[in-house]
Write a protein that binds this ligand. Structure first.
Ligand SMILES: Nc1ncnc2c1ncn2[C@@H]1O[C@H](COP(=O)(O)OP(=O)(O)OP(=O)(O)O)[C@@H](O)[C@H]1O
Ligand SMILES: [Mg+2]
Length: 202
């Protein structure tokens, strides 16, 4: 079987993690081997970098470079080998998140990240990206009851609005792989949208 690379995107609290297991189960029920992973992280080095980037104050470019450094390792050690073995790789965030957070949120030029993207994975893109989209006030309300916030989650409301807008621009630019899901609905309704997308896959 051919490997498949699926990524989940959206602002903090959009519902990515809530649907990860369900998505994996759907693919397993179809006989696929599933590898679930996340960014930043997914490898021993990546998880250490995740701790740093989520909690230590730093320059926006340092942040972007760390994200891509962790990604380089992730692709080499996890993503490519799993795809080569014919597995379905589901990653909670990937490069679209860098464009959304570091460009949309922090204001870095997209050209900067395009250089890193070409360096780190010129010949690899997700086959499918599910973008969980919702008003950021709803996401913030959901997160408020969930857990203690990291460096990104503590950002002002405007930051999250810019991240959301950057994600939507990205979806407009890559309609061939990015599918926007209305994440403001209840869990069951969101799941129904996901199912419709999965069932429409070639
Ligand atoms: N459709 C939904 N309706 C109501 N609550 C939801 C819905 N989806 C997720 N939640 C709740 O919202 C909170 C955030 O969801 P989740 O952790 O899945 O978001 P996330 O996109 O993974 O966020 P992060 O980027 O911070 O990891 C959780 O407490 C979850 O139970
Ligand atoms: Mg999550």
């Amino acid at each position: 079987m051919k490997g498949m690379f699926l990524t989940l995107e959206g602002v903090d609290g959009a519902g990515k993690s809530s649907h990860l297991e369900w998505l994996a189960a759907w693919f397993r029920s179809r006989g696929r081997v599933v590898r679930m992973t996340r960014e930043p992280g997914g490898t021993p080095v990546g998880e250490k970098l995740r701790e740093i980037v989520l909690h230590e104050p730093m320059h926006a470019e340092t942040e972007a470079l760390i994200m891509f450094a962790a990604r380089r390792e992730h692709i080499e050690r996890i993503i490519r080998p799993a795809l080569a073995a014919g597995e379905v790789v589901i990653s909670d965030r990937f490069t679209d998140a860098s464009f959304a957070y570091q460009c949309g949120g922090r204001g870095l030029a997209e050209a900067r990240l395009e250089v890193l993207e070409a360096w780190v994975h010129a010949d690899l893109q997700p086959d499918l990206t599910l973008l969980f989209d919702l008003p950021t006030e709803i996401a913030a309300r959901r997160l408020a009851t969930a857990r203690s916030p990291d460096r990104f989650e503590r950002e002002e409301a405007d930051f999250h609005a810019r991240v959301r807008a950057a994600y939507l621009r990205r979806a407009e630019r890559h309609p061939e792989r990015i599918r926007v899901v209305d994440g403001s609905q209840g869990l069951e309704a969101v799941r129904a949208q996901l199912l419709a997308i999965l069932e429409s896959l070639p």
